[in-house]
Design a protein around this ligand. Sequence first.
Ligand code: PLP
Length: 397
Amino acid sequence: MSFSRDDGRSNPPKVETTLATAGRDTKGQKGFVNPPVVHGSTVLYPTAEDLHAHRGEFQYGRHGTPTTRALQEALMALEGPQCAGVGLAPSGLSAIATTLLAVLNAGDHLLVCDNAYRPSRNFCNGLLARYGVETTYFDPLIGAGVAELFKPNTKAVLVEAPGSQSFEMPDIPAISAVAHARGALVIDDNTWATPLYHRSLDQGVDISMQAATKYIGGHSDIMFGTISANAKAWPMVAEAIRLLGVCAGPDDVFLALRGLRTLAVRLAQHYRSGLEMARWLATRPEVIRVLHPALESDPGHAIWKRDFTGASGLFSIVLKPAPQKAVDALLDAVKLYGMGYSWGGFESLVIPFDCAPYRTATKWAPGGPALRLHIGLENVEDLKADLERGFAAFNAA
Ligand SMILES: *Cc1c(COP(=O)(O)O)cnc(C)c1O
């Protein structure tokens, strides 16, 4: 399904305006600001002729409703002029799986960044391997050196910038140039930055997917995935979505659209507070490293500055070597940082992590216990005071 954008070429709106206006058909919504939440499977055709010709704006609930149309139009506007279509999936992982199934055939070879989301790796090592697709993992910092890993049957490269635990920043334009010269497609898991801060499709990526569960939803209340593709890749994605029957529930579609409307203000605050917390943490004696690409000291900073226009509220820290019970004392002492997976909601989170057991192309040896933080929309002074309590417990243990 393809969606036309409105004109207004001469003076294209800025992104905040796009987020507030795109995908809204006030007249079609009988004057209401938001689209109705259409719960629907059957679509009735007015005449036998229409039925035979499959004529009509909507044909079947799985293929789209006025609610999904509104969200797809808004996402297309956000992704920019390279975007030829947007698919909606019931989770971020489902968006990744659908994308990989869309572009790969039995006998193909796939290259995957070693810092990719772990369940994405599980999909490659599990189902894709069973279906005869071979995966090779590569160092996220490899850049144009990825050329050496290409085989005659390499069909796609999956990147994640930055990795959502370890925060290495791959050079997507360099990797894309190599991939395209060899006829392979580039897929980017753009969940961390969202299209607001990283316009993947403008940087040579063919398919940009997001776990909209995170910042698009923004309130920790939905599971959702999006797949945005350029003109070259969209027909493959659209076909896979159709063949697999991938669709999302109407209430979640509505909540994703509602989240999108406030994405710019939420992300700006996550960016500001996250960076302030990162700078503060870098001064703490308990912290030996802060992994945040917007920090000047971060190894990925130059790439971040070149390719991104902002940072989200998710980053990691490495604590000085300490027994597990000291780390647990910190985790139990903080009150504003919930312990849980997922992220991108309004609330702050902390989670310990260790990439070592699943990395295959690179070694994860940070030199101390690692914690991932999500900085939410709470007051930053409160967040610092809470972590100070945590550090006191860490030091006392
Ligand atoms: C959470 C996440 C996913 C998966 O999203 P779900 O909606 O939880 O399936 C994929 N990629 C990244 C980077 C994520 O953080």
